[in-house]
Design a protein. Structure first.
Lengths: 292, 265
């Protein structure tokens, strides 16, 4: 089964099973209490890496300032963009646009993930379910959700529905594949262990398959959120009364570069924040996993 | 010391197991018949591919025999049941549950009241020496501790028999010796019928009152060797001449079977 399934693997978190590495029973169980020189070396390096991160960002900002000062492509400088950011923040457009975009992403993402989890389980748990669903998922996966936008707008109009629908689709497709991957890669020994302790299929599903595949589901949700965020901005470029993407489209017509850049930066920061948030949730929910 | 009630707790009756892999059918076990008495500790040893794990899985109800059957306490095995505790080489602890929750898992399924569960879990954690680690996650444990947790989990549901599939196979030699001693100690305190599969000749002799040597292609019982060393087994016994003699006997049965030399060249 593995060979057949690998081509749809999106991102594979470490397996949920315990690693069978030979270890000595005498050693202390807390890894922190016996830090090897290699680990402490990596800790030191991390601080240095963070400093390099900051240096890199500062250098980027410097290069940007230099480029705009040199008058390349009429690029506004960081200060100009910051001033414009203050303006759109003060007059409320930024909050309105951010709120509109976020609302679209979150509703599409939540609907998509909510549906993806049961469908992914159905695919992974029942052969018939997989046979029915897999061709559709595989087919729609190859179509960028945005490519469906014209069709969706013709059938659903230009309101909120078509935008939320394409985001829903983007989030659903990435999450469903990952959930399915999680279910089929549950360690068979864990299932057998539950069976010999008296578990029936329902209990195995609820108490073994669901927790064992949760790392996969969370990875799928993260990818889904990223896909949803990428999709919303593009969807708003086409037709929307508000939103970060729409505001950029509008600014483009007035050759208003600072506004475009403000929105680009806000989109980047929000995307990053949402990803970090999900990453934190993921790390918390899967802290039982052995990390390599 | 060995309980010599003639009653067979585990009985293999002319067991035959075939598998089909990529269109080819091969016989993992052929005509295996064996009685394991109530309270007996039997080890099964043999070259890889001799079907020793298949035999154990059939007794655990994790496999459907092609023909023949396995009886546990005079009832035919037709699926996994809490009469049978299984300990796997890969520990198979639920990594998202703490040590305590792992041991408690089977008791929860049996709907044992919470208060009672606590008492039982505490008892078995103490028996395997994991009391201090009750709230630890499996990833925080060493291999030996993980397997002790798995042993406590198997014991907790109070099975009639314990099936162990190379439980110490992934441990280093030193830890393995400790684990063998501790297992025998646990077994002496809470006597169960044990079938223990291993590929380690020393281990098979040290633990068992009877060693079953298997042969491969097709998997079958090749020889039975009685281990007349008294329990409790000690370190001195492990170093004794009698142990060495039995070890040689088992070794020869495992490594000098007709056909083995050719198959490994």
């Amino acid at each position: 089964m593995a060979a057949k399934d690998t081509y749809i693997a999106v991102e594979t978190p470490p397996l949920a099973s315990g690693s069978p590495a030979p270890e000595n029973s005498q050693q202390k169980p807390k890894p922190a209490s016996r830090k090897s020189p290699a680990t402490s070396g990596r800790k030191l390096g991390r601080k240095a890496l963070l400093a390099i991160n900051f240096g890199s960002v500062a250098a980027g900002l410097g290069a940007w300032t230099a480029l705009s000062a040199a008058g390349v492509v009429g690029l506004p400088g960081p200060v100009e963009v910051l001033i414009r950011a203050g303006e759109v923040f003060a007059d409320g457009t930024l909050a309105e646009d951010t709120g509109a975009s976020l609302a679209r992403v979150l509703s599409g993402f939540l609907l998509g993930s909510l549906l993806a989890v049961p469908v992914g389980f159905l695919m992974g748990w029942y052969q018939v379910g997989r046979a029915i669903i897999e061709p559709w998922v595989q087919f729609f996966r190859t179509i960028p959700p945005l490519a469906l936008l014209p069709l969706v707008m013709v059938t659903m109009g230009i309101g909120e529905t078509p935008k939320i629908f394409v985001i829903f689709l983007a989030a659903f497709l990435s999450c469903v594949i990952s959930t399915y991957q999680g279910v089929v890669s549950v360690d068979k020994t864990l299932i057998n262990a539950a069976r010999v302790l008296g578990a029936d299929s329902m209990i195995i599903f609820r108490r073994v398959v669901v927790p064992a595949s949760s790392p996969f589901i969370l990875v799928g949700m993260r990818i889904g959120l990223g896909a949803g965020w990428a999709t919303v901005v593009a969807a708003e470029l086409i037709a929307a009364p508000n939103g970060l993407g729409m505001r950029m489209q509008q600014a483009q017509q007035f050759y208003d570069m600072p506004t475009i850049l403000v929105n680009v930066i806000v989109i980047g920061i929000l995307g990053l924040l949402m990803d970090r948030l999900l990453l934190m949730i993921e790390a918390h929910l899967t802290r039982w996993q052995e990390r390599r | 010391m060995t309980t010599t009630t003639s009653k067979a707790m585990i009985r293999f009756e002319d067991l035959r197991q075939e598998f089909t892999l990529t269109g080819n059918t091969f016989t993992a076990l052929d005509g295996v018949s064996l009685d394991i008495a109530d309270g007996e500790f039997v080890t099964v040893v043999g070259p890889s591919g001799c079907g020793k794990s298949t035999m154990l899985n059939a007794a655990a109800g994790l496999l459907d025999p092609t023909s023949g059957r396995v009886m546990v306490d005079d009832r035919e095995v037709d699926g996994p049941s809490t009469r049978t505790g299984v300990i796997f080489q890969q520990y198979a602890l639920f990594p998202w549950l703490t040590v305590r929750k792992n041991v408690e898992f089977g008791l929860e399924l049996k709907k044992v009241p919470a208060k009672e569960r606590r008492v039982i879990v505490d008892h078995y954690l103490e028996l395997v020496g994991l009391t201090r680690f009750a709230e630890a996650l499996p990833k925080e444990l060493s291999g030996g501790m993980k397997q002790r947790c798995a042993i406590a989990r198997a014991y907790a549901v109070n099975p009639e028999i314990l099936l162990m599939d190379e439980p110490f196979g992934a441990l280093d030699a030193l830890t393995r010796v400790h684990m063998q001693e501790q297992l025998l100690k646990t077994w002496t305190q809470e006597r169960r019928t044990v079938m223990f599969v291993t590929h380690d000749v020393d281990e098979s002799v040290f633990l068992a009152s009877r060693v079953i040597v298997m042969a491969a292609r097709p998997g079958r019982i090749f020889k039975e060797i009685k281990i007349d060393l008294p329990y409790p087994r000690t370190e001195e016994m492990r170093l004794s001449d009698e142990f060495a003699r039995l070890r040689t006997q088992v070794w020869e049965a495992v490594y000098h079977q007709p056909g083995v030399a050719e198959a490994h060249q």
